[in-house]
Ligand binder design. Sequence first.
Ligand code: SAM
Length: 222
Amino acid sequence: TPADQWTAVDAYLTSLLLPADPALDQALRVSQTAGLPAIQVSPLQGKLLHLLAKSIGARRILEIGTLGGYSTIWLARALPPDGVLITLELDPKHAAVARENLAGAGVSERVEIHLGKALDSLARLAEENQPPFDLIFIDADKPNYPAYFEWSLKLSRPGTLIVADNIIRKGRIIESHSGDANVEGMRRFLERVAGEPRVSTAALQTVGSKGYDGFALILVEQ
Ligand code: SAM
């Protein structure tokens, strides 16, 4: 089937391009053993996030949706020693697993996990007058993506890159009356982004070990 082939190609590219990585492999094992859902980014998607962060010289990264810290490790490793990554997670169990995984990867010093509803944490970050983030990765509950985009804009500067994951929903994103809160949230998000004159956006469909999905790359320009 096509899905088998996408998975096989992903396995080929992963074995070719990504050397064994004990800390990341261990993070996946710990997350699985703890019973976390395996909804983290794929290794190659993690590498893409890492390269994006590195190529823009990111020093401050915001992640919305930590899970077991797998994407967090990829992103944190792109930071200079004095860089900072703030990651937002609702589930205390996920945050505890992430804390263990971040320590295992040696990046704890650069990462702050803010526990609670991301909307509350984002409001707090804005209240604290945090300096703008260089890269923001949106990867939490889909119905809140429109609100996450508003906060991301508030926490941005011209040049900030916003990456939003899971925008394709196996193709259901084209259904205008899906009755699915995730699809509807994602459509409202994309429409909001499309209408925002301060940003410029690309959106790509992806296939691979994570099935059929996609992500948006949003550059804040003003
Ligand atoms: N970025 C992670 C990775 O690739 O390794 C995966 C994140 S997972 C797709 C989404 C996470 O968002 C889950 O851990 C979930 O508990 C968290 N989440 C869901 N709703 C949330 C909310 N309202 N505020 C903060 N986190 C939330």
